[in-house]
Design a binder for this molecule. Structure first.
Ligand SMILES: [Mg+2]
Length: 125
C-alpha cells in the first residue's frame, strides 16, 4: 500500500497534536505540520499531499486564504481540504465552501469523526 500524506495546518500546537494523533489511526498516512497558512503554502509548494486539514483563524494567512491558494493552482486544485472551525464560524463556512473547501468539521476535534471523514475523502489507495 503506498504511503499517503496529510498536511495539518493550525496555529495551535495542541490542536495539531490532537489532529495528528487522530490521523495516526489511519494506516500508512504520514502527517506534516504547519503553524499558519503562510507556512502551509510554503510546505504545499514543495511537496505533494493527498489531503489538507486546516484551521480557519490563523496569523499571516488564514484558512480561507490557504483554501483559495490551493484551489488556484493546478497541482492542488483537486486535493481534498477539511477545515476545522468553531461553532461560531457559521458565516465563514459558506465562504470556505464557496472558495473550494471540501468539508468542515467543528472543534473540538472529534477523533472518530475526523478519522471517518479523512478515510472517506482519501478513498481506497
Ligand atoms: Mg487558530
Amino acid at each position: 500500500m503506498p504511503q499517503r500524506r496529510a498536511l495539518v495546518v493550525d496555529d495551535s500546537p495542541s490542536i495539531r497534536q490532537a489532529v495528528v494523533g487522530a490521523l495516526g489511526l489511519i494506516p500508512d498516512l504520514a502527517c506534516t505540520e504547519a503553524g499558519d497558512g503562510a507556512e502551509g503554502i510554503r510546505v504545499a509548494s514543495a511537496a505533494t499531499f493527498d489531503i489538507v486539514l486546516t484551521d480557519l483563524n490563523m496569523p499571516l494567512v488564514g484558512g480561507l486564504g490557504l483554501v483559495t491558494w490551493l484551489r488556484g493552482r493546478p497541482q492542488t486544485r483537486a486535493v481534498p481540504i477539511v477545515v476545522l472551525t468553531t461553532v461560531s464560524d457559521e458565516e465563514n463556512r459558506r465562504r470556505l465552501l464557496a472558495a473550494g473547501a471540501t468539508a468542515y468539521l467543528t472543534k473540538p476535534v472529534d477523533a472518530p469523526l475526523l478519522v471517518a471523514k479523512v478515510t472517506e475523502l482519501l478513498g481506497r489507495p
